[in-house]
Structures are given as C-alpha cells and as structure tokens.
Design a protein around this ligand. Structure first.
Ligand code: GDP
Ligand code: MN
Length: 425
C-alpha cells in the first residue's frame, strides 16, 4: 500500500476542509525553530516515520519555546526507527486537549460486508489493540451512499458521546468518510482526534494509506511506486516498478534490499516465486552470503519481462555471483526463463563481468527443454577460460537442496573474489 507520513496525510485532510493543527514539516533544527517562531506559541515536534507508538518512543515532544523546538528536533532527527532514519519532524501548534478519541475507516472484507467500515472509540490516543473490544464501536458504510448521519450519530451515542455533542461528531466523521472515499484510501486512522478546550474537534494524528490500485487516478499524490516500501524508493526500485507498470503479463518484481555495494559476499538474487525466494535465502544464509536485492519472476511472465529483471539483477555493481533460484516445480513454462537468461548472460558476462559465478536452478514445466536451451545457448561461454566458466546449471535433482546450491555459490564466489584480487580489481 502507498502510505503517507503524518504530515502528508494531514496536508490532504487540510485540503479537504478538515481541521488539522497549524504547522509544517522541517528537516533541520533551524527550520524547526523558524516554524515554531511563526506559530508563536507552544508546539508539538513530531518525528515523521511509518510507525505508531511514537509518543512512547520519545519522538513526539511538546515544547514551549522556539529554542526548545530546535533542541527537540535535533534529538528526534538523530534517531532512527527500525533501521530507518528520521529525516523530518512535523512542527505544529500544541493542542489544548480536553479529551482524545479514536476513529478509523478501513475496508471490511468479510463476505457479508465487503464495504468500508468505521471504527470509533471514546478511548483515543492509545494503541487500538489495547482498547477493550467492548469500547470499540463499528459500523459498515454503504459504498455508494456513504456514511449516513443517523449511523454516525448512532455509533457515537453507543460510545457514550453526550447528546449535545452528537451532531458535531457526526458531521466531523461524515467529512472524514467523504475524504476517505474521495482520496481512495484503504485506511484512514485518526488516533487521536481531540476535543479542544474551546470545544472544537481537531485531527491530532493521521495515518493514511492509499489503495494501490487507485494510485493511477491520483497524479496529484505524486506517488512514484504504488507499493509498500520501507523508505524512499531507490533507483533500482524505480526501474523495477517501471518493468511491472509497463507489462502486466506475470510478475516481474524487483526491490532494493539496501546492500552497500562495497562489502563482499553479495549475490544478485533472482528467485522464482515467493516460497522459492524463502528457500533461496536459506541457501545464501547457510553459507554466509547475502542477497543484494529481492526479485521475483513468477506467474508466467513473458521472456522480455524476465530478461529486464535479470539484467537489472546482474548489473548491480560489485556482486560476487548470481543465483537464479527456481526452488520449486513451477507450472509456468520454464523456457521463457531459459531464453531470457541466455540473452542476459551473453550480454553481461563477456564484456562486463567475465567469470562471474552464475548458479542456475530451473525446475518444472518444460524443464528438459529449458535446461537444454541454457546449456546450448551458453556452451561457448562455458569453456574453462571463457567468461561463463563459473556457470553451473541444475534441474529437479536439486529443487530442495538449498545446502548444495549455497555451497556451490560460496565456492565459486570465493574463487571469483580471489581471481579479481589477484588481478588487482
Ligand atoms: P503516535 O504515538 O505515533 O500515534 O503519535 P500521536 O501523534 O498519536 O501522538 C501521541 C500522543 O501525543 C497523543 O495521543 C497526544 O496525547 C499527544 N499529542 C500529540 N500531538 C499533540 C499536540 O499537538 N498537543 C498535545 N497537547 N498533545 C499532543
Ligand atoms: Mn497516534
């Protein structure tokens, strides 16, 4: 899912006419200070990461002066959460909170519902998982007619909102519901939204996730990749996405895994299918090798798609090998893979990576023909001194033998490293 950070989600809420605190995002303590000066009163400084529980993790800080805002920003920007550095803080007016509430709009996929659903609780601010079930109130939303005022009133009344506030809550939730639909959200969680001292409802937090399939309808979001990513997309991610985006036949997935391009032991990783990818990682892990990237060419992709993925995998700098990991009896015709791999290796090995270890495991439908295509197509490179001298081709006898495949890759990659070092490369 394409997820927005809090400040981005709040921007879209603001544009849709919902009440959000005044504020902006900063990437340095100096900027944070400047924003706090503009706001001219106490502010909240909030680290922008895709994670809940920021309050507890010390990355939401409430401060009284611009200098304190700078100090809080410096402290938060020095942290990272789950390996992802915090690059930005949201600096916004501190709210005068009288009470915190919870609401979220999600898709209820249950067979009898298949509709959006509103969840509401008067217990806001904490993890929704820790709110007792009986204090969380749910209602399905008609996908065509939207959240009806009487339903919103009903859910709020059940949650104990006093009668005089019901219409205020119902109109707030209706507006959110319309925004949820208009922006094609998958999830919109406001935890907490708060009642201020002056009796206004304000969105104090925002978790917004857009339905991947709708991203094409929303160029205004500027989402480059309609997919769940740990951080900003890398060049490899963008290329991978362009392969998927331009050809819907089968899967041609490619994703960065954050390899550092200088350390030894990274293998260009090209598994076929999800289960197979797990086994391929076993093969690498067992012998201390690491995947440079993640990939997947399954679901019967055409040869051109496999070719593009393999070319990207093999083009990564400083890899010590390439693993085509078909650890499964695939029902897709494997000769598409064979043709694609022959073409790529003929392009890459002689000029760019002579001697690169390439362990090719391919099993399943049309296996014999596929292995023959690989052997025939690469034979002239696989001579003892040829650029394909470390190509090894395996079929169904090795389909579950992660240990053997790992050991072959390790032996070949050590040989390759030693050879490169002796040539001073
Ligand atoms: P989360 O812990 O990652 O979900 O971050 P939130 O944005 O929900 O913030 C956690 C808690 O900090 C909220 O439940 C509030 O109690 C408090 N908080 C956040 N923003 C403000 C603010 O502007 N003013 C005040 N007084 N408290 C805030
Ligand atoms: Mn929250």
């Amino acid at each position: 899912m394409a997820k927005f950070l809090e400040f981005q989600g709040k921007e879209w809420l603001r544009k849709s006419g919902l009440p959000v605190p005044q504020g902006r995002v900063a990437s340095t303590p100096e900027e944070a200070k400047k924003i706090a000066e503009e706001i001219g009163k106490a502010v909240a400084v909030k680290g922008q990461v895709q994670a809940g529980g920021r309050g507890k993790a010390g990355i939401v800080k409430l401060v009284n002066t611009p200098d304190e805002a700078a100090a809080a920003a410096a402290e938060i920007l020095a942290k990272s959460i789950g390996g992802n550095p915090i690059l930005q803080v949201l600096v916004e007016e501190k709210l005068d909170i009288q009470k915190e509430y919870y609401c979220s709009f999600v898709i209820n996929g249950a067979r009898e519902a298949r509709s959006p659903m509103l969840m509401f609780s008067a217990e806001g601010g904490m993890d929704i998982e820790s709110v007792p079930e009986e204090l969380l109130f749910k209602i399905n939303i008609d996908p065509i007619n939207g959240l009806q005022t009487y339903d919103a009133v009903d859910v709020c009344a059940r949650a104990g909102i006093p009668a005089q506030d019901l219409s205020k809550f119902a109109s707030f939730l209706s507006k959110l519901s319309q925004t949820y639909k208009k922006l094609d959200c998958q999830t919109l969680e406001i935890n907490p939204f708060v009642m201020t001292g002056s009796g206004n409802l304000v969105c104090a937090d925002c978790k917004m996730e857009i339905d991947n399939s709708s991203v094409g309808r929303h160029p205004e979001f500027g989402i480059k990749i309609a997919r769940d990513l740990p951080g900003a997309p890398t060049e490899l991610d963008l290329i991978g996405w362009s392969i998927e985006e331009t050809d819907a036949r089968g899967t041609g997935f490619l994703m960065n895994m954050g390899y550092d391009e200088v350390s030894p032991g990274y293998i260009g990783y090209h598994p076929i299918g999800g289960g197979s990818a797990m086994m391929g990682l076993d093969a690498l892990n067992q012998v201390g090798l690491k995947p440079a990237n993640y990939a997947d060419t399954s679901g019967n992709p055409v040869g051109s798609k496999i070719y593009r993925v393999a070319k990207c995998v093999l083009s990564q700098p400083n890899i010590d090998g390439y693993l085509l990991g078909g650890f499964m009896m695939a029902n897709q015709e494997q000769w598409h893979h064979a043709h694609a791999i022959v073409k790529v290796l003929r392009e890459i090995l002689p000029t760019q990576k002579p001697g690169l270890p390439c362990v090719l495991l391919l099993c399943g439908n049309r296996e014999d023909e596929s292995l023959e295509i690989l052997r025939d197509g690469l034979a002239d490179l696989m001579t003892p001194d040829g650029p394909g001298k470390r190509i090894e081709i395996y079929g169904k006898q090795y389909v579950t033998d992660t240990k053997f495949i790992g050991q072959r890759l390790l032996a070949l990659s050590q040989e390759y490293r030693a050879e490169k070092e002796s040539q001073g490369k």
